[in-house]
Ligand binder design. Structure first.
Ligand SMILES: [Zn+2]
Length: 131
């Protein structure tokens, strides 16, 4: 198990006391901070509204990586984007940074605080969020 996977596991079982804990997820290796476009905030607000969940858009840290794949927390895993809900950190590949479905999908991970895809959140009140 990689160090980041271990950290995520710990964060899921014991609520993180410090969301700003200084860690370096594997996904951030080639990532640089992203200044989110204004519509990300709208998408976040929309997802809060349809899900009934409340989050804090301001605490989300956005990163992007060049290309179309982000290193996932699993060994050898890649994805269009990776969200670390307990860290309120979303890493998105440039190719998908303008994709509303991908952004809404990652926002749902943050709001629902899940690393999996329960139908309740990914095919429920907010519609089908699976690519
Ligand atoms: Zn997902």
């Amino acid at each position: 198990m990689s160090r980041i996977a271990l950290l995520i596991g710990l964060c899921l079982t014991v609520t993180c006391a410090s969301p700003s804990a200084p860690i370096t997820p594997a996904a951030l290796v080639n990532a640089t901070p992203l200044s989110p476009p204004a519509w990300y905030a709208s998408a976040y607000a929309h997802m809060e509204q349809c899900s009934g969940l409340s989050g804090d858009y301001a605490r989300v840290r956005w990163y992007h990586v060049p290309g179309s794949l982000v290193h996932g927390p699993d060994a050898g895993g890649y994805a269009a984007a990776v969200t670390y809900p307990s860290l309120h950190t979303i890493v998105i590949a440039d190719f998908y940074a303008s994709d509303t479905l991908v952004v809404r999908h990652e926002v749902m991970h943050d709001l629902a605080d899940v690393t999996s895809h329960p139908a309740e959140w990914f095919d429920g009140k907010c519609g089908d969020l699976m690519p």
